[in-house]
Design a protein around this ligand. Sequence first.
Ligand code: HEM
Length: 401
Amino acid sequence: MTRITAPVREWASDFDVLDPAYLADPYRIWDELRGTCPIAHSDRRGSNWLPTRYDDITAIAHDIEHFSSLEVAVIPFEGEEPDDPILPYGLPPISADPPLHTWTRRLLLPWFSHRRVEGYERLTRDLCTGLVDGFLGDGRADGAADYAQQIPVRVIAHILGVPSDLADTFTGWVRDVLEFADDPERRARGVTGLIEYFVAEVAERRAHPGDDLLSELLHSEVDGVPVEDSIVLGAAALVLIAGVDTTWSAIGSSLWHLATHPDDRRRLASDPALMPLAVEELLRAYAPVTMARLVTKDVEFAGCPMRAGDRVLMNFPAANRDPEVFDDADHVVLDRAHNRHVAFGSGIHRCAGSNLARMELRVALEEWLRRIPEFRVAGGAEVAWAGGQVRGPRVLPVEFP
Ligand code: HEM
């Protein structure tokens, strides 16, 4: 069961990122904290720090000596850890520090290079066109469930070489792990589902290798030594987990913005050349991903006494709204020229899939706007947002002429 905590009254000393007020409108809370207590603290869900300033967040991201990636889950796992885990290294490279981080990241990067990503664009565009075909005649759709949610999981399935008709099953597992992380039963179900699936797939690829990511990882060597199965399993599961909720949330939030801001929608629909800058600006304003770091040794950071074992929530979304770095930070400026946003993180763990994410977001918006340039949130409908590790709309009913 989801653990409901008491409503938050003091954001500076007792925050909860799953509080309904934070899920609905975190921007107001960050603005308030930046002005009063830029690094908040809370003892709910363990001892956690929540920085809100760009400079603090990027400095922590670069200080891997004090801030480790061995625990990156925003909501700590509270179930029983198995004595002999199948994934002793978690999901490298995201859950690893150097040296493991360095070589596992290097194994994944080629799969998401500009050249490779160009090769996935046709598939993505066809997928988007087919989805729009499915609801165009209805005059209404759920922009989250019927569109955004359907795209990244199928592209990732293609890259991993697993069947895309399992898309709903994959999405269910990923949501269990990320979105329902404070429900130990659901989280365990998602983790078990993913691991058991990939264990079986690894056995299959050993016998019948293909030209997909999973097969290539299994047959790769580092310094002449074959890569362990547990690393392959962790990296493959990471690609699915990192590539699904994140991108779908970015597509969904962007559609929500366009549904609720007619001027921006018309401007973008009539000027497709604006798209690359608009994609960056929508990523900045609605950055979906918060990560965690584990404090490795006592350190005083910006006046805050952080203790070994505390956790820091890497609030990349709040960094992107810091008015000291971005003029008019709470306002979407589609053609913003200076935009050093950190939606994809900063430092050694910067997103390995950012080329893919950008392409998917651009193509999803292009195909939607090309066919549905006019749309709005359906009258009387409620939009539901998920939050915690990944923020984005999960229910987004829209209507169009
Ligand atoms: C809009 C969509 C996305 C956003 C906002 C996003 C955001 C992020 C962020 C903030 C990190 C840094 C984690 C940290 O500092 O601990 C990260 C890491 C990572 N992302 Fe993404 N991501 C997105 C899409 C993707 C996609 C499509 C993939 C590929 C399948 C992907 C794969 C990864 C991987 C493998 C890492 C770990 C890199 C490392 O630890 O060195 N991401 N992502």
